[in-house]
Design a protein around this ligand. Structure first.
Ligand SMILES: Nc1nc2c(ncn2[C@@H]2O[C@H](COP(=O)(O)OP(=O)(O)OP(=O)(O)O)[C@@H](O)[C@H]2O)c(=O)[nH]1
Ligand SMILES: [Mg+2]
Length: 604
């Protein structure tokens, strides 16, 4: 027996004693509310001027008594979650409302959130409209408990066949009437309500809801929608199922809750209604914003960064990749460690397997203190430095052996790995999802004889490279947080040291300009940090097979002065345009190597 929980300050001793005795009460098995218990609860509430919440098991035993405003029942979850496998299910709740307040949307959210088959709201006070009291209408003597509402879960079928959960609120009834209601009826009904969506779904995965903030302007709205589309792809890449999205209008983010708490209850209700497991916010949240939003929305909240990190954690295979991802995750988690207990009833349904944003450094991170994590960070940093050194060494031997490097870079899903595969038959992963590639791959590419074209060879070129190395790495995305760029430094440094960068660009994507801008932004940050002269960047316009009007669009691209020159239209799946790209690389590298050779020769 946990004792009384909540705000008991200033309550008189004899009242406290009576409250403690509530634990000895029992509601007859099968009955929802007993008249005597309802009366006692209302009397105590009225005298102590506190709301009382009571949790009972299905046999009618009192499990928990909470004193004070338990609006979001936070404490209840904290107490139950550690040892209740199915959360608060298999319990129901009786709750008093002071000041003749009818059930709120928050009460309805609780029914759905905690899987209560029933929540009884007892009105405390006197009805201002009915002289003599509410019960008197029914020929009863009005006493402390004068009106009871029963809240129960129910289901609606939407047009597309999806089941949507709802909460039915009964007409008010007297305590005597409520005592004739059978709990069993609600228990039998509630299970299907909570299970409906999951069983109806062929696919399994966490149900994600996207939230974006609209700050104004027409362009901003389009960008927001595009960014949300991409966020949806990210959520799906992480293994989630996107259920819906919502946009909040605000001139600027609220510093403590990001979205502002005005519509909180409404949103919290939608989350329960649609059986949402996690809310994904299209921006970077501060640790406090994230915590507050989780409290308000009552579901797990992750931001864009966390989602990206989660995908990275799933994909990283190589030692290097794993070190970089863990480092990034720890750096993200460190400021968020304090007070972030993720205890949502729904999470436990999938939690065993580890849901989105629960993978990675592991559950132990919550128990481990910051100091240990800092130690881990510095250890990983050392390892990462070793990777950097190892890479530097490799680079030197490559330079020494005069094997040039071409690095593929570009937005995620642009087709980098497809091109790599086409050119080298490398067994690399090609997938229509964001961040398919995470671990860097380097393959040899033989450049033996001119391929395809018959262009006149420059007299400056003394020889051509026999082979080059081609590297494929992690793709970029908009709003890529700088600490992630830093964590992936070893990989990106490799690209920065290349002799040519092929910026693979999906020209069939309507957001291609935004994509190119994001790629340039990441590259600029990188070059600035490394303080190196950027290698020449070529624009490789991929997926030309998907263009509706290739001739006109390619002509326009060729004229576009904002693009890095030269420009090569290609189709990485069929190889169209690839010979021209290769031949140009062969010549450029031949010219570069010949010049180096000549300079060296002159010096000697
Ligand atoms: N139609 C068409 N599809 C392509 C072409 N090139 C690549 N794709 C497809 O685009 C998707 C992404 O290709 P990937 O090669 O995995 O892209 P990536 O740039 O390596 O992406 P990340 O590894 O996620 O950064 C795959 O479904 C490819 O089959 C192309 O020229 N035409
Ligand atoms: Mg790839």
């Amino acid at each position: 027996m946990p004792g009384l929980i909540g705000d008991v300050d200033g309550i008189k001793k004899n009242l406290l004693h009576r409250m403690e005795k509530l634990y000895q009460r029992r509601v007859r098995e099968g009955q929802a509310v007993s008249y005597e218990l309802a009366e006692e609860l209302c009397e105590l509430s009225q005298e102590a001027k506190r709301e009382i919440t009571m949790m009972l098991d299905f046999q009618g035993r009192v499990e928990l008594v909470i004193i004070g405003d338990a609006e979001d029942l936070d404490q209840v979850t904290d107490i139950y979650m550690p040892h209740a496998t199915e959360g608060l299910a298999k319990r129901y709740c009786i709750h008093t409302h002071l000041g003749w307040k009818p059930p709120s949307l928050g009460d309805q959210v609780s029914v759905l959130q905690f899987h209560f088959p029933l929540l009884a709201v007892l009105m405390v006070g006197k009805s201002p409209k009915i002289p003599g009291g509410f019960s008197s209408q029914f020929g009863e003597h009005p006493r402390a408990c004068d009106a009871v509402y029963l809240l129960t879960p129910s289901l609606n079928r939407l047009e597309d066949g999806e089941m949507q959960r709802a909460c039915d609120v009964s007409e008010p009834m007297t305590a005597r009437q409520a005592s004739t209601e059978l709990l069993a009826k609600w228990i039998d009904w509630s299970e299907p309500v909570f299970e409906a969506n999951r069983r109806a779904q062929a696919k399994t995965g966490e149900r994600a809801f996207l939230l974006g903030l609209y700050t104004g302007g027409q362009k901003a709205e389009r960008e927001l929608q595009e960014s949300l589309d991409e966020l949806g792809q990210l959520a799906e890449s992480a293994g989630g199922i996107v259920i819906d999205r919502a946009i909040q209008m605000r001139p600027s983010p609220d510093p403590s809750t990001y979205f502002g708490s005005g519509k909180a209850d409404e949103l919290a209700f939608i989350m329960q209604q649609r059986d949402i497991d996690l809310v994904v916010v299209d921006d970077e949240l501060s640790p406090a914003q994230q915590r507050n939003l989780e409290r308000i929305l009552r579901v797990k909240v992750v931001d864009r960064t966390e989602l990206i990190l989660d995908i990275f954690a799933q994909r990283a295979q190589s030692r290097e990749g794993k070190i970089q991802v863990e480092l990034a995750q720890l750096q993200y988690e460190l400021p968020r460690l304090k007070g972030r207990g993720r205890t949502f009833s729904q999470q436990t349904a999938v939690g065993a397997k580890g849901g989105i944003a629960t993978r990675g450094p592991g559950e132990t991170k919550l128990e481990t203190d910051r100091r240990l994590l800092r130690d881990r960070v510095s250890m990983l940093e050392k390892e990462a430095q070793q990777v950097v050194r190892h890479r530097q060494f490799q680079r030197q031997s490559r330079k020494h052996a005069q094997v040039p490097l071409i690095a593929l870079i570009g937005y995620t899903n642009a087709g980098k790995s497809t091109l790599m595969k086409y050119l080298t038959q490398a067994d690399v992963l090609v997938e229509d999802r964001l961040f398919a590639t995470l671990d860097p791959t380097v393959r040899k590419l033989y450049m033996g004889s001119p391929v395809g074209t018959e262009e006149p060879v420059d007299s400056d070129i003394l020889f051509f490279p026999n082979e080059v190395l081609l590297s494929d790495t992690v793709g970029f995305i908009r709003k890529l947080p700088t600490f992630l760029i830093q964590a992936f430094r070893a990989t990106l440094e490799e690209a920065a040291s290349a002799d040519i960068l092929w910026h693979v660009w999906d020209v069939s994507n309507p957001e291609r300009e935004q994509h190119a801008a994001s790629v340039h932004e990441v590259l600029n940050t990188l070059f600035e940090e490394l303080d190196v002269t950027p290698p020449p960047i070529w624009t490789v316009c991929n997926k030309i097979d998907k263009l509706e009007n290739p001739a006109a669009e390619l002509a326009a691209l060729a004229e576009d002065e904002t693009l890095d020159q030269p420009i090569f239209p290609i189709c990485a799946t069929t190889g169209e345009g690839v010979p021209e790209l290769l031949e140009a690389a062969r010549q450029a590298l031949g010219r570069q190597m010949s010049a180096q050779y000549a300079a060296q020769y002159a010096a000697e």
